[in-house]
Design a protein around this ligand. Structure first.
Ligand code: ATP
Ligand code: MG
Length: 393
């Protein structure tokens, strides 16, 4: 985005010198002669310098005052006849600078430099404010299970998709460092991964971590796992902690896909999470392992964060959910139905089912899980009834 330069005058006043000086610095001057257009412009654009040429027909000082109060972000330069009285009036009207009708090249050049500095400073301030502003209602959610192939990656990717549909800025952190395949589940071919970010060493916090993420066209951003399994040794728990911290500056929700094996990296993810979604299937070995895992988390004081998810819930023939809860010693927080063809086709094609098939039962349940995590209830917010709406209007 470049800086905008506007010139407002109700006449066809000549401003060759100004145009020339701006061109030298690769700027273009937009000339406006209608007030409506001027107001439209300053309303929608930031980084604007507006030069108003005083005239006997309208009150330039009044216009300047009105604009500086309504749109304090614009840098207003009043172009005025050569006398002191006018200069004082211009300052009182809130002009950022003045320039005489008789201004020469040097005067114009210094006015442009002054305006540039002001706009640069303002932009930096805006960036700092943006970065420092705490993101409200922020969540870090880890998805884990005690054995491989339980549905961690497809749940991670689809839950992230469902959260973007709920309007949350969402990133997936693939912390299955050795064999992470979240990129494949979204048909993304990342150029950079967490490995490249870590290689930046101490400088990395000065870089924008977002530049290392790959964006899915529907909204989810992904910090991919390293492209080769042997790179895993380079990724430490401290790196993961820092990555989560940096992502929290940008994203509202960070969903972490973890590996099945308990490792330092995985424990760091769990520590830094607000919620741990523990997936289990309804089979005796799976539930027994889940119970063991829950006991381990209890000793680490992490059990509070656990939300038990019954994945692949079968309509017929599966273990009774009450029995799963009793054996695991933990209530089931949410159930996701068994829809193997849908999940497998989604993985095969690299299209999260929540995006590709939002009406399927599993997609609807995933949307419900996203809402429950965000609001405590899986129900969608009720739309106001049409009748009530038309009455109100
Ligand atoms: N809700 C579901 N319904 C039916 N099948 C499912 C469901 N969730 C997962 N699966 C099955 O489990 C398989 C593995 O899923 P996924 O890759 O997401 O698991 P994972 O835990 O990440 O595995 P890995 O240990 O390889 O990382 C899928 O190919 C699919 O067949
Ligand atoms: Mg996986």
């Amino acid at each position: 985005m470049t800086f905008q330069w506007l010139f407002y005058s109700d006449t066809n006043a000549k401003v060759e010198l100004l145009e020339e000086s701006l061109q030298k610095r690769n700027y273009e001057l937009t000339r406006l002669t209608y007030l409506e257009r001027l107001f439209d412009y300053v309303k929608r654009e930031s980084d604007v310098t507006l030069i108003i040429r005083a005239s006997t027909v309208y009150n330039a000082y009044q216009l300047c005052e009105e604009l500086s109060v309504k749109y304090p972000h614009i840098y207003i330069v009043l172009m005025i006849p050569d006398n002191m009285e006018n200069a004082r009036k211009a300052m009182q009207a809130g002009a950022s600078n003045i320039i005489r009708f008789s201004a020469d090249k040097e005067d114009i050049r210094s006015m442009i430099i002054h305006a540039e500095k002001y706009m640069q400073h303002r932009r930096q301030q805006a960036d700092v404010t943006h970065m420092a502003a705490p993101i409200l209602d922020q969540r870090v959610i880890s998805v884990c299970s005690t054995k491989g192939g339980t549905g961690r990656s497809s749940t991670t990717v689809n839950l992230a998709a469902a959260l973007t549909k709920e309007g949350r800025r969402t990133a997936v952190l693939d912390a299955d460092i050795q064999f992470g395949d979240a990129a494949m589940y979204m048909d993304l071919r990342p150029r950079r991964t967490i490995y490249e970010w870590i290689k930046e060493g101490d400088n990395r916090t000065e870089l924008d971590i977002d530049g290392f993420l790959t964006k899915h066209e529907e909204g989810v951003s992904l910090m991919p796992a390293p492209s080769r399994p042997e790179f895993f040794e380079l990724v430490t728990a401290a790196d993961i902690q820092l990555a989560i911290q940096e992502l929290k500056k940008i994203y509202q929700v960070i969903i972490i896909d973890t590996s099945a094996a308990i490792s330092e990296v995985q424990l760091q993810c769990l520590n830094d999470s607000d919620e741990i979604l523990l997936l289990t299937e309804g089979s005796l070995p799976a539930v027994r392992n889940t119970k063991l895992y829950l006991d381990t988390l209890e000793t680490m004081q992490l059990k509070e964060k656990v939300r038990l998810i019954h994945n692949r819930e079968k309509k017929k023939g599966g273990m009774d959910p009450n029995k799963i809860a009793a054996l695991a010693g933990q209530d089931i927080y949410f159930s996701l139905p068994d829809q193997q063809p849908l999940v497998e086709a989604a993985i095969e094609e690299g299209k999260p089912y929540v995006y590709a098939h939002p009406k399927k039962p599993l997609s609807k349940q995933m949307a419900g899980l996203a809402r429950k995590l965000l609001t405590g209830t899986e129900k969608a917010a009720k739309k106001p009834k049409k009748k009530l709406l038309s009455k109100a209007q």
